[in-house]
Structures are given as structure tokens and as C-alpha cells.
Design a protein around this ligand. Sequence first.
Ligand SMILES: [Zn+2]
Length: 232
Amino acid sequence: MLKVTPILCRPREMDNYAYLLTDEKENVSAVLDASEALPVIAECEKQNINPKFLLVTHHHFDHVEGNILLKQKYGAEIVGAKADENRIEGLDIGLEDGDSFFVGSAMAKIIAADGHTLGHILWYFPEEKMLFTGDTLFNLCIGGLFEGTQEQMWQTLQKIKQLPDDVLFYPGHEYTVYGLRNLQGEAGEKYKEKAIARLQQGRPVAPMTLGEEKQCNHYLKADTFDEFLRLF
Ligand SMILES: [Zn+2]
């Protein structure tokens, strides 16, 4: 069982989420996308945890800036895409599409996700039914195309669409509020209600299920590449 604690970083500026993951069976922890060191250290101290790994979805500074300090403090290894080995400072372990990586007993499958950047990866834990999407998929929207093409992002989203509906997904930023006004229909109303309730409690909207997202996120709802292109 993987315990997930979201850690809000850069609040009111970029609203990043770092995630503290703990495999409770073997008591091994990792931090995914350590945007900043201080809020991550505060949470680790609160939970009395020494993270063993620093997992990375992509090279952007707001997803890696805490890494070096955390690596020094905890002796943790930095794990990210091999394709980003020259852009992720201090990378210890480089992974490729289809590779597996274990956080204790919890196995992650690496899914290549070109689009937002080239070399972006998704961390998918099939047994735990959890997906960490970085800046590829957000609640009700997707990441900007900084390096990849629309075609590449489309292909990446098709991979996400093939994953089971009951998978919980955890994005790299809290951007839900921007998509709420575009929600339609019964599924949309339910999504909106749930999202607003969580935001009002000061909680992240994540996790939603991929099933909910497939019904409500226009970029996932697009059935053809042409339909997808009309959203830009
Ligand atoms: Zn990014």
C-alpha cells in the first residue's frame, strides 16, 4: 500500500505539488517532483521520514529545484528519465519507457510522455492504481507544449486513456479552478461539486479517478486528432 501526501510548493505563484510516497509494507519513502526543499523537509520531519528516492517527471526547475538539498540531507538518489540525464542535475538513475522501478514493494511502470517537454515521463503504479502525471495531465486541462508537438501530446494522452478508469491521478500543479467553468452535463456537475468542496476545505482537488477525468477533461474527451486540434 502506497501512502501519498501532497505537499503544496510555491503557493499562489505556481501552485506545484510535490508528493511524498511511502510504501507502508517495507517502510520506504520517495519524494516525487521536489519543487522546493523546505516544505518537503517539513513534511518529512512531521512524518519522521528519510526519503530514499527523489523521483522526477521532467526537467523544469519547478519540479526539481529541491532535489540537490534533499539529496545532501537524506542521501537520497535522484531518479528520472534517461533522456533528461543532461538536464536533471544530480540524476543517479535514468529510466526509459517500459522500465520498472520499486519504491519498497510498490512497483512503478515508466510511461514516456513527450509533449509538455521531450523526455517527460509518467509514474504509473498499476497495483496501487495511481498515476503521477507531472505537467502532462492536469485536472480539466493539459500542460503547455514547450518542446513537443500537438501530435506527440495527442499520442501521450491516448496512452493515458488506455489506463483503467479506477486509477487515481496526481498532477504537478493545482490548476483545476481554470477548467471548472467549462464543465457540462451530469458528470461535469458531479466533478465540479467534488472539486469545489475539496478546494473550500483547503485541500488539493487531486486525486480524481481517470474515469472522472476521461468524462470531463476536453483534451481526453476528444476522440480524433482533429477534434483535439480544435481545442488549441
Ligand atoms: Zn513543466
